[in-house]
Write a protein that binds this ligand. Structure first.
Ligand code: ADP
Ligand code: LRH
Length: 482
């Protein structure tokens, strides 16, 4: 079949990009046409996302996509949007955003946890939503809102889609991170909204990946230089759902390897793909989540600390006048001997920004271990701690879901971190396959391509395209390094 081109808007907590994805029957290739930094900002007395600026970048990116496609004589078949989960903007009846959205790193939701749990017992919440407890899950954030009268909550990718098309929907993979979504029924847990005193229609109706949200508003189309008939198609709008859809697992139908994945960026999302949720008490105790994946799969995983620990250190060191290149930092860390101090990367003490090196040292000080006192030692401490956490989490997932994992796929920005990949092979004792770096955008594009009829089949068929289009790196366990 002839190829087609799709635009993927993919915004992570640390950076965003607009990518042109070209899909033929056997290959998917990406061309990044626009890239921009992202991060939380101190605004109006809280840690927020500058949504207006991000939306400006989305428009600039779509304009670049239209221009580049035009230069190749191609026309963009559709647009898909994914971002980080959990956060939302409030939109009034006139369709205006009432404030820049709070970031999950803002501390305000912490105090809302106990009052929410008084109304909804955590065991009951887990039994229905299967969601890992995190103090910033949407339901705790919503519990801090004073007046929701006449307002709707739109999750960040849905908010972007709304400003592009005028259509209000909630994409289901991301809905599953709110704490207000029934993991078995695949519907809103309306009873929980009511129990918390939230309006039943606080969120717009659900939409599944592959369904059409709408066409571009005429003024948006004119601004970016695309036809007003261009559609926005729902993808796995939770970035992790798109990333997992593009894990290059199972290169052939005969290959029955069981895989675990680590979607490695600001956070580490570590787990398995299942066809049914695990809602047991043991699963709740281990704080595993059952997020919804593309095609109704379950992303059985834990949200663990991630490379935020390192990027925040880099920000502090830069402010102090040291700006080591990431690759030099990782090389210096790799040269250090194993067995150094470790932290718990999931400690909520690391959620807020600023002075990460000191917070890491403070945690190590409690353990009485030797303090990491230079950037290389701190970097090594982070990598050792992450790799230890990954091994524990994968072992927990195997136990709780009754599976044996053969191979660990690492995708996302962190798949370029060879030290972390090798340490993960060493701590898990399993083969690690690294890449693609842009798995999230690949997953976004493939779901659009399938919706447009350019490819067919389930996740296995989509993944076959990922395997045939990407160079992957393999790491084998070196037990002597432990
Ligand atoms: P997010 O989607 O959460 O914004 P990404 O998937 O873009 O995150 O990953 C960003 C992270 O990838 C950075 O924090 C950095 O640690 C890591 N990274 C990026 N480039 C490299 C590289 N060349 N080598 C090693 N790690 C890298
Ligand atoms: C990763 C991610 C993750 C969520 C977190 C808020 O970008 O979407 O899956 O848990 O951000």
């Amino acid at each position: 079949t002839a190829g087609a081109v799709f635009a993927a808007v993919d915004i992570g907590a640390s950076s965003g990009r607009v990518i042109l994805g070209r899909v033929t029957g056997s290959e998917v290739t990406l061309e990044t046409v626009h890239r921009f930094p992202n991060g939380v900002v101190e605004l109006d007395g809280g840690l927020r996302w500058d949504f207006d600026a991000l939306f400006g970048e989305v428009l600039a990116g779509l304009a670049a996509a239209a221009r580049v496609a035009g230069e190749h004589g191609e026309s963009i078949a559709s647009i898909g949007i994914d971002t980080w989960a959990v956060d939302y903007g409030l939109v009034n009846a006139a369709g205006e955003l009432t404030a820049q959205p709070f970031s999950y790193r803002d501390d305000r939701s912490r105090a809302a946890v106990a009052p929410v749990h008084r109304k909804l017992d955590p065991a009951r919440l887990y039994g229905t939503t299967g969601l890992q407890f995190l103090q910033f899950n949407t339901l705790y954030q919503l519990a801090t809102e004073r007046d929701l009268d006449g307002l709707q909550a739109l999750l960040i990718p849905d908010l972007i889609a709304f400003f592009l098309t005028g259509q209000r929907r909630t994409e289901s993979t991301n809905a599953s991170t709110t704490g207000l979504f029934d993991a078995v029924a695949g519907e809103w847990a309306t009873g929980f909204l009511t129990a918390l005193g939230l309006p039943k229609d606080l969120f717009p109706p659900l939409i599944e990946p592959g369904e059409t949200v709408g066409t571009l508003l005429p003024e948006i189309a004119a601004r970016v230089g695309l036809p007003a008939s261009t559609t926005v198609v729902a993808v796995g709008s939770h970035d992790t759902a798109s990333a997992v859809a593009a894990v290059p697992a199972g290169p052939s139908a005969a290959d029955a390897e069981t895989f675990a994945y680590i979607s490695s960026g600001t956070w580490s999302l570590v787990g398995l793909e299942l066809d049914h949720p695990v809602l047991t008490e043991a699963s709740r105790a281990a704080n595993f989540t059952n997020e919804r994946g593309v095609d109704g799969t379950i992303r059985y995983l834990r949200n663990m600390g991630g490379l935020w620990l390192l990027s925040e250190c880099q920000r502090t060191w830069a402010a102090e006048g040291h700006t080591p290149e990431l690759t030099d930092l990782l090389a210096a860390a790799a040269a250090l001997p194993p067995g150094g101090p470790q932290i718990n990367p999931d400690d909520s003490a690391f959620i807020a920004p600023d002075n990460m090196p000191e917070r890491i040292r403070a945690t190590v000080r409690h353990t009485g271990d030797i303090l990491p006192d230079n950037p290389a030692a701190i970097t090594r401490c982070i990598m050792d701690s992450l790799a230890t956490g990954y091994a524990r989490t994968i072992a927990d997932a195997e136990r709780l879901a009754d599976r044996t994992v053969d191979v660990v796929h690492i995708v996302g920005g962190g798949s370029q971190n060879r030290l972390l990949c090798q340490l993960t092979a060493d701590t898990t004792g399993k083969k690690v396959v690294a890449g693609p770096v842009e798995a999230t955008a690949v997953g976004n594009v493939l779901v659009q391509a399938r919706a447009a009829g350019h490819i067919s089949g389930g996740l296995t068929e989509l993944r076959r395209l990922v395997v045939s289009s990407h160079e992957l790196q393999t790491f084998s366990p070196q037990l002597s390094r432990l």
